[in-house]
Design a protein around this ligand. Structure first.
Ligand code: ADP
Length: 536
């Protein structure tokens, strides 16, 4: 707890809900600004959709989705077209209120006309999504996976995935959706908070049985039946990295607004909960991302009617304690200091070409004893020293890390997807006054001018019309009225328009990549020119 009136800064700030730290100037905060907004159902669907437009095959792990109410007629039209094209297609859809959680307000429909449009939809926007009818079943039950992911840093991007997660089971045997069973939540929705109320929910001490199990126990079972669990893990890692790549552009806009570059501020990290459904063919599908996943390791038990007690939940404990412990190990500020000191010692040693154990450090003017220091600092020294010796590394004796680094480790495979990130970098450059998240008309004009995008075919008047048209439409969707101007998504849409205009015959992602190269080239030339002028 952070007592009111505390003056001394902390190394790590651990919030329960979201980032709200305008008065913290150092240390690390366990939430990113804007993350809660970014993972809401509508915002996530939009961010993934942008990536699906660019890379449809790479982003086919997210069910086809429409945003309500604004895309209701598009939804009706597209479903009708698809049904006309394939009369045997008998889809089911799932409607999820935006900002809802724990299955709240979710329902299944067979036909777009079944959407409850009256009253609530206007006040409560939602996402309607194709329902995955053929999930993988274990013991005839539908289940989903909760995986914990640590976003350790946004710039440079660093992602870790926990090696184990939770599998949350439905409590009634699954049947493919029919008009008769659509309303049976214990059959179709895997939420713990719903199924706990079913008479069939089984709390288990054993991680291999019950209504909540470890994901590793499911993998063992699949592996014993000959499934390729290595491929499954690699598909899951790829899903996680791609989803975070879809979220980073807007997160960076929020970040520069709350923690402007060049001013003192904290750095951020965050544990995210990824909800994933496995299809019958073992393809993982993303259901949603949780910015504030529950870290409870107890559950309530009714001892006698009306009398509840919190009892430990071994399955939760096994998975969640490791996630928090290792997050703290990875963001440990002492570890960074130890690493920096070691780097400094190595550097001095190299510079002086020292082969003996003691040397005088020029920077700190102290006598350093090299080998012991390096072993101790990195925690690689022999474990089990006696009392009175140099202290043991704080890492010694801890289990090996449950968090596996996946980015930048696999960066080479995924960097080509980070196009919108580069568009966001252009957007942020032209935001001008720090602290805003929206681009004004002058900023947009400067972007066009500095990147040399205006010509005889595309006058500055057309630039203004493009700005007004797109900005007005995005602002009418009622996303954020706090600031006026062009939000990142609107800028991305304008950028795609410009790219399509300039590079007509290429596929969209190549058009966009070419336009980014073009803009970056002109901005680099401009920076060079300014530097030379400045020197002059
Ligand atoms: P909430 O935030 O309310 O939990 P989710 O998006 O996680 O919302 O959906 C709740 C549950 O509904 C999921 O845990 C899953 O069991 C089921 N579900 C959600 N989307 C789909 C889908 N497209 N296909 C099949 N089942 C789904």
């Amino acid at each position: 707890q952070f007592p009111f009136g505390r003056r001394l800064p902390c190394d790590i700030y651990w919030h329960g809900v979201s980032f709200h730290d305008n008065d913290i100037f150092s240390g690390q905060v366990n939430k990113f600004p804007g993350m809660t907004e970014m993972v809401r159902k509508i915002t996530l669907s939009r961010a993934v959709r942008t990536m699906q437009d660019l890379f449809p095959l790479e982003y086919n792990f997210y069910p086809r989705s429409w945003i309500l109410p604004e895309e209701f007629s598009l939804f009706v039209d597209e479903v009708r077209m698809m049904k006309d094209g394939d009369p045997s297609w008998k889809p089911t859809f799932i409607v999820k209120p935006d900002g809802g959680c724990q299955g709240d307000g979710i329902y299944l429909i067979k036909d777009p006309s079944d959407i409850r449009l009256t009253g609530s939809i206007q006040s409560r926007p939602a996402v309607v999504q194709e329902y995955i009818c053929k999930p993988l079943l274990v013991d005839k039950l539908k289940f989903d996976i909760r995986l914990y992911v640590l976003l350790k840093s946004l710039e440079p991007l660093e992602i870790y995935i926990a090696k184990d997660g939770l599998s949350r089971f439905c409590t009634e045997p699954y049947q493919e959706p029919t008009l008769k069973n659509l309303h049976q939540v214990f059959m179709h929705l895997t939420n713990y908070s719903l199924n706990i109320h079913s008479g069939n929910f089984i709390h288990s001490d054993n991680v291999n049985t019950g209504s909540k199990r470890t994901f590793s126990s499911i993998l063992c079972r699949l592996s014993s039946k000959g499934a390729d669990v290595k491929k499954l893990w690699s598909d899951i890692i790829s899903l996680v990295i791609k989803t975070i790549i879809a979220l980073t552009p807007e997160l960076k806009v929020y970040y520069q607004s709350d923690i402007p570059a060049g001013k003192p501020g904290p750095t951020c990290f965050q544990i995210l909960g990824f909800d994933i459904l496995l299809m019958k063919n073992l393809k993982p599908m993303l259901l949603e991302v949780n910015a504030n996943p529950s870290m409870r390791i107890e559950h309530e038990q009714e001892l006698s009617p009306g009398v509840f007690e919190n009892v430990p939940s071994p399955v939760d404990e096994e998975v969640k304690v490791a996630v928090i412990r290792d997050t703290l190990r990875l963001v440990d500020p002492q570890k960074k200091k130890r690493k920096d000191t070691q780097k400094h010692i190595d550097c001095c040693k190299n510079k002086l070409n020292i082969s003996y154990n003691y040397f005088m450090c020029h920077r700190c003017q102290t006598l350093e004893h090299v080998p012991e220091a390096s072993e101790e600092l990195l925690g690689t020294g022999p474990a089990g020293r006696g009392e009175g010796d140099t202290p043991r590394s704080p890492e010694a004796g801890l289990p090996s890390l449950c968090l596996k680094q996946v980015f930048p480790k696999y960066a080479k495979q995924f960097n080509y997807l980070r196009l919108v990130d580069r568009v966001a970098a252009l957007f942020i450059r032209f935001l001008g006054v720090k602290g805003t998240t929206k681009l004004g008309p002058t900023g947009f004009r400067t972007f066009i001018r500095n990147c040399k995008l205006s010509n005889s075919n595309f006058s500055m008047a057309s630039v203004d019309i493009l700005y007004i048209d797109i900005t007005r439409r995005w602002n009418s969707m009622g996303i954020d009225h706090k600031e006026s101007g062009m939000c990142l998504q609107a800028f991305v849409e304008a950028f795609f328009c410009l790219a399509q205009k300039k590079y007509k015959s290429l596929p969209l992602h190549e058009q966009v990549a070419s336009l980014i190269d073009f803009c970056e080239y002109h901005l680099a030339a401009l920076d060079e020119k300014r530097l030379v002028c400045g020197r002059g």
